[in-house]
Every structure is written in structure tokens, then in C-alpha cells.
Ligand binder design. Structure first.
Ligand code: TRH
Length: 377
């Protein structure tokens, strides 16, 4: 094992002994793994004043959402120390203080030398899990899993209810949103879309182009843009506008500038909910349609809080199923469902506001973690 120093880090404005947190992120693909890990790292530092060390195995993913991050690691960045690691190899721990907390995001397998540190020093050990509204996720939140060596690893289940591990939300989120100045808007509807590749996009564009109001589709991310490369940029009432990737710190503004959101994965999905805009969710697809259960659990939870008129709900769910490759609609059905949603847009927006209020009234994930640490101490 490489040496680990016991000396606590201190800075001029910080208390002498900060809580040291080791955070690990394995980027499977895309930007959700790093998107969540980076938000969490920033919040642990900003809100709780923890000294955070973040190990990641794909620096380019971080540099896509935070382009000014350093190009060579280890290095400090925005008061967080970044390190690299590779699955199956020991992590570089030289000069890093012993942790009070170790967080593995999304059950990534920790390096053997880190597990030895955990066995020796017994820090608080968390598995920060994927977000789900399913009952089992809420039930297992904060439950310990006893390891063969006697140490305990706790499940942190992010979720939508007060009983869950909550959602990552910055303390100034609402202030920033209130201060946001809407850009000058032309008549019609601005849709921001960030989804996975698929034939659905060309079909949806055809359906949107037949609607009776001007629609601008701001298409973000390569998979979606490539799925639309053969579609005419202007057709009927629809105008497709490719939208450049912005740093994560500016991502909320993209959402706030739109009327309707189509988001994906985990982090953009959560940000859409905070924004109070009507949205559809392109869930991360899993084998054998395992994502269908997770999708259904979310929308049922949403519906209990923000009940939608039955006709609107049926149109919404039919389009949600098609977006997620769980159904194929005829051209006429697709056009009609979009028409229903756009005709009922004011009500759809009311539901989105009700859901937003429900979430914003709850404490965020990092506040819940602070409470949990207080109880566990
Ligand atoms: O990129 P995603 O699809 O991420 C993931 C991964 O596929 C992951 O393996 C899977 O586990 C998870 O989904 C469920 O979608 P997500 O979660 O929305 O992450 C995108 C991140 O990119 C998010 O933090 C917002 C950020 N982003 C920007 O910073 N700027 C942009 O312009 C855009 C479009 C996104």
C-alpha cells in the first residue's frame, strides 16, 4: 500500500480539521456518471466544507462538462483535488490524508489499496447509487451492507421523496433561477432536447412540423444531432437548431430558456424537474427493457403529486413510451398526441410547477447526508 498521510489539510478560512472525503467515479459512458460525481464533489466542498479528493478514470468526460479543468492530474480544481485511477489498479494515494468518508459512485469497484485503507481506518463508507423512484430504492436508503471484513457500506439512494437520499441541489439554485433573464423570444414554442440516438427523433420532428404553432427544437448532444442529420432543418412549423455543449455550470440556463424539455440519463433529468418546465424523460436504455420499470415508477410517483387530466396523461405516456422504445405509434397517433399535449400545455405546465414545488420544498441530498453523518457520529 502506498503511504497515506494522517496530517489534516487546513486552509486560512477553514477549521483546522476538515472532514476528508475520498470520492470515486467510474465513467461508464456519456456524462451522467461524471456529471453527478462532480456535482456531489462541489456540494460536499461548498456546503459541508469537506476536503474532497475525486478519483476519476476519464478526465476527458470531466473536461467536457468543465472545460477549464486541468489537463494533467493530480491537481486541485475549484477547491477539489482531482486524481486519476483505472479499474483493477491501485489508486495513487501518496500524500493524500486518511479519509473520514469514502464514497463510491454507482457501485464502482474500489481499488484494493483503498479497501485496505477502509479496513484499517473504518471511515464512513457510502455507495452513492443510481437515482430511482422504485419502492425498493427508498426502502434500502441508508441501509448498511455488512462486508466480509466486518466493515459496513451504506447505500445512498437518491430519490424524490423525503424518505429517500434526496437530489443534488445547490443552495443558491432558486436565487439563480429567479435572477435569470429570459432571452427575447419569438412567438411559438422552444423545445430543448438532449436524448440518445434513435429513429424516434426524425419521426417526432415530422409530427412537430405538422403542429399549428412555430416550434424551435434546440438539439443538444452528438447522438441526437446525428440522429437528425438527415432531417430538413426547416419543415412546416418546425425549425431544428443544433445547440452547442455548454459547461455544466451554464446548463440550467439552457433549460430555463426553453418552454419544454426532453432530457435523458440522470442529471439532466433532475435539472429539468427543478426548472418547473414540462418534460419528457429519455431514460438510459437497459437490456431487456429493464428501464421500463424504472420509468413507470417515476411517472407514477410524479402523477401522485401532480395529477394530470386523463387525456393529457394518455398522450404524454404514449409519447414517453415511444421515446423510450417501448412502443411505436402510427404517424397519425404521434401527431395527435403531440397536438393534445400542446393544446393542453398550460395544464401540463401547472403539473410541472406542482412537481417542482414538491421537490424544492424538500431538503437536498447533501443536507440529508450531513444529518446522516451527525446521527452516525
Ligand atoms: O450523459 P447521460 O446520458 O449520462 C448517463 C450515463 O449514460 C451513465 O452511464 C448512466 O448511468 C446515466 O446516464 C443514467 O445523461 P445525464 O445524466 O443527463 O448527464 C449529462 C450531463 O451533461 C449532465 O451533468 C448535464 C451535462 N451537460 C452539460 O454540462 N452541458 C450540456 O450542454 C449538456 C447538453 C449536458
Amino acid at each position: 500500500m502506498q503511504p497515506v498521510q494522517k496530517t489534516p489539510y487546513s486552509s486560512r478560512n477553514a477549521p483546522a480539521k476538515e472532514t476528508v472525503c475520498w470520492l470515486f467515479c467510474n465513467v461508464i459512458d456519456n456524462f451522467g456518471d461524471i456529471g453527478v460525481a462532480w456535482r456531489l464533489a462541489c456540494e460536499l466542498r461548498r456546503r459541508l466544507g469537506w476536503q474532497v479528493h475525486l478519483w476519476l478514470d476519464d478526465l476527458s468526460a470531466l473536461r467536457t462538462i468543465a472545460p477549464d479543468a486541468p489537463a494533467a492530474l493530480p491537481a486541485p480544481y475549484r477547491h477539489i483535488v482531482l486524481h486519476t485511477w483505472q479499474a483493477g489498479q491501485d489508486a495513487g494515494l501518496s500524500g493524500v490524508p486518511v479519509p473520514d468518508a469514502v464514497i463510491e459512485t454507482f457501485a464502482c469497484a474500489l481499488p484494493e489499496n483503498v479497501r485496505r485503507v477502509i479496513r484499517t481506518h473504518r471511515p464512513l463508507w457510502l455507495n452513492w447509487e443510481y437515482l430511482s423512484a422504485e419502492d425498493w430504492a427508498v426502502r434500502t436508503h441508508a441501509m448498511p451492507s455488512l462486508q466480509a471484513d466486518g466493515s459496513r457500506k451504506y447505500f445512498w439512494q437518491m430519490g424524490f421523496s423525503p424518505e429517500s437520499g434526496g437530489l443534488l441541489r445547490e443552495a443558491d439554485y432558486q436565487t439563480r433561477m429567479a435572477a435569470f433573464r429570459q432571452p427575447e423570444k419569438a412567438a411559438g414554442l422552444d423545445i430543448f432536447a438532449f436524448g440518445y440516438a434513435g429513429a424516434v427523433w426524425a419521426r417526432w420532428c415530422a409530427a412537430l412540423s405538422a403542429q399549428p404553432l412555430p416550434i424551435r427544437l434546440h438539439a443538444a448532444g452528438m447522438p441526437l444531432q446525428q440522429s437528425l442529420c438527415a432531417a430538413p432543418p426547416v419543415a412546416g412549423s418546425l425549425n431544428i437548431l443544433p445547440c452547442a455543449f455548454v459547461p455544466q455550470a451554464a446548463f440550467d440556463e439552457r433549460l430555463w430558456a426553453a418552454d419544454l424539455l426532453i432530457v435523458r440519463g440522470e442529471d439532466s433529468f433532475v435539472r429539468a424537474q427543478f426548472s418547473g418546465r414540462p418534460f419528457l424523460w429519455h431514460i438510459y436504455p437497459q437490456e431487456q427493457d429493464a428501464h421500463a420499470v424504472k420509468l413507470e415508477a417515476f411517472w407514477q410517483t410524479y402523477r401522485r403529486v401532480a395529477p394530470m387530466d386523463e387525456t393529457l396523461w394518455r398522450a404524454h405516456q404514449a409519447l414517453s413510451a415511444e421515446l423510450n422504445a417501448l412502443a411505436v405509434l402510427t404517424d397519425a397517433e404521434r401527431r395527435a398526441h403531440w397536438r393534445t399535449l400542446l393544446d393542453g400545455f398550460a395544464e401540463w405546465r401547472e403539473c410541472a410547477h406542482a412537481w417542482q414545488r414538491y421537490l424544492l420544498a424538500q431538503s437536498d441530498a447533501v443536507s440529508r447526508l450531513a444529518e446522516f453523518c451527525g446521527r452516525a457520529a
